[in-house]
Ligand binder design. Structure first.
Ligand code: PGA
Length: 252
């Protein structure tokens, strides 16, 4: 089994000075951490500079998005190779904010997943249901379909490098977290889906992490669930003390 993964998604926050300050503080707070894999996803413009600051620390870097073409006339886009050579090991794909504001579809998510693996990046694929879908009892069918489409055409071996992030849309940035039991139910269903789609051997290293208002005061109970392998943290990752406490979760 892989170590749990705690990832901080800074979204469109922090200029380069603020990013440096945050990383310097986190480096101090996370000294010696090795039981957990720690990731930060800063804005593109800070990645290369921060890659030097995290070199001797447990922190690794992650892109917030990528484009699937290798290079060319795609103004404003960033390729996997650009992320990789700037210092990223991972990339977030299909975050609900990208799906909502930038009209990303399950098909473009799939293209991005394929491109990330081609370019040597580990994708963190986000899925999640709206409040309306949850109230209609459709949470599990929605996220299963998103995962099936995101992984379409991939060989089982590719799963080694993939992380799924269950992020109920109604819990993102709202202060409402799924209860540990609600999250566990979905994670368990996703784990079963992966077993249906791929062979057991490919799945040993596939993590399913939870995102949506993860905070210092709810991480312990979330991480006590058997199928929650980590967290994708938005708002709380912008405060060094809070994020460090989340990384040092105490499963109950
Ligand atoms: P939040 O964001 O922790 O601020 O709810 C989570 C995410 O969008 O990944």
């Amino acid at each position: 089994m892989l170590r749990p993964l705690i990832a901080g998604n800074w979204k469109m926050n922090t200029n380069i000075h603020q990013g440096v300050e945050l990383v310097i503080r986190l480096r101090e707070l996370l000294k010696g951490v090795d039981a957990v894999e720690v990731l930060l996803a800063p804005p593109f413009t800070s990645i290369y500079h921060l890659s030097h600051l995290v070199a001797d620390s447990p922190i690794r870097l992650c892109g917030q998005n990528l484009f699937w073409e290798k290079s060319g006339a795609f103004t404003g886009e960033i390729s996997g190779d650009m992320l990789k050579t700037a210092g990223c090991d991972y990339v977030i794909i299909g975050h609900s904010e990208r799906r909502e504001y930038f009209k990303e579809s399950d098909e473009t998510v799939n293209k991005k997943v394929v491109a990330a693996i081609r370019d040597g990046l580990k994708p963190i694929i986000c899925v999640g249901e709206t409040l309306e879908e949850r109230e209609k009892g459709k949470s599990i069918s929605k996220v299963k379909l998103q995962v099936k489409k995101a992984l379409a055409g991939l060989p089982g071996g590719a799963l080694r490098d993939i992380t799924l992030a269950y992020e109920p849309i109604w819990a993102i940035g709202t202060g409402k977290t799924a209860s540990p039991e609600e999250a566990e139910e979905v994670h368990n269903a996703l784990r079963e889906l992966l077993f249906e789609m791929f062979d057991t051997d490919s799945l040993k290293n596939t993590r399913i992490i939870y995102g949506g208002s993860v905070k210092a005061d709810n991480i312990d109970s979330l991480m006590s669930q058997p199928n929650i392998d980590g967290a994708l943290v938005g708002g709380a990752s912008l405060k060094a003390e809070d994020f460090a406490r989340i990384v040092k979760f105490l499963p109950r």
